[in-house]
Design a protein around this ligand. Structure first.
Ligand SMILES: [Zn+2]
Length: 115
């Protein structure tokens, strides 16, 4: 099936975490998932937003539209563990692995959350 022939005229895009315990195909009973974006923590990062914009334009080129975006989080997310997996902790570990890139690592926003 061509993407422009997708039968749902008001498709929903799902932004969710990449955690393998959280499977959007399973909990939404989706037949396929071109509109699923997964990243660490299900964060609306610059690249996630870019993908949404691209998909909305591609869909509008056919007879479909992007109807809504559902942001789906889950319990026990790896990025939701306060100081144990804070941005600073993760950046510190990354900088240890690639000390030559420590300055670039320090600028990163990893999206961890404490509440
Ligand atoms: Zn998660």
């Amino acid at each position: 099936m061509r993407f422009s022939e997708f039968p749902n005229s008001k498709a929903i895009m799902i932004l969710t975490c990449m955690d393998p315990r959280s499977n959007p195909y399973e909990f939404w009973k989706l037949p396929f998932g071109p509109g699923i974006i997964r990243n660490a923590g299900g964060r609306a990062t610059g690249d996630a937003l870019r993908s949404m914009r691209v998909l909305s334009i591609i869909m509008a080129n056919g007879h479909n539209t992007l109807g809504a975006v559902a942001v789906v989080h889950h319990t026990d997310c790896g990025l939701y563990h306060g100081p144990n997996f804070s941005d600073e902790f993760i950046k510190g570990k990354l900088a240890e692995r690639v000390p030559e890139l420590a300055k670039e690592v320090e600028k990163m926003e990893l999206g961890s959350f404490a509440e």
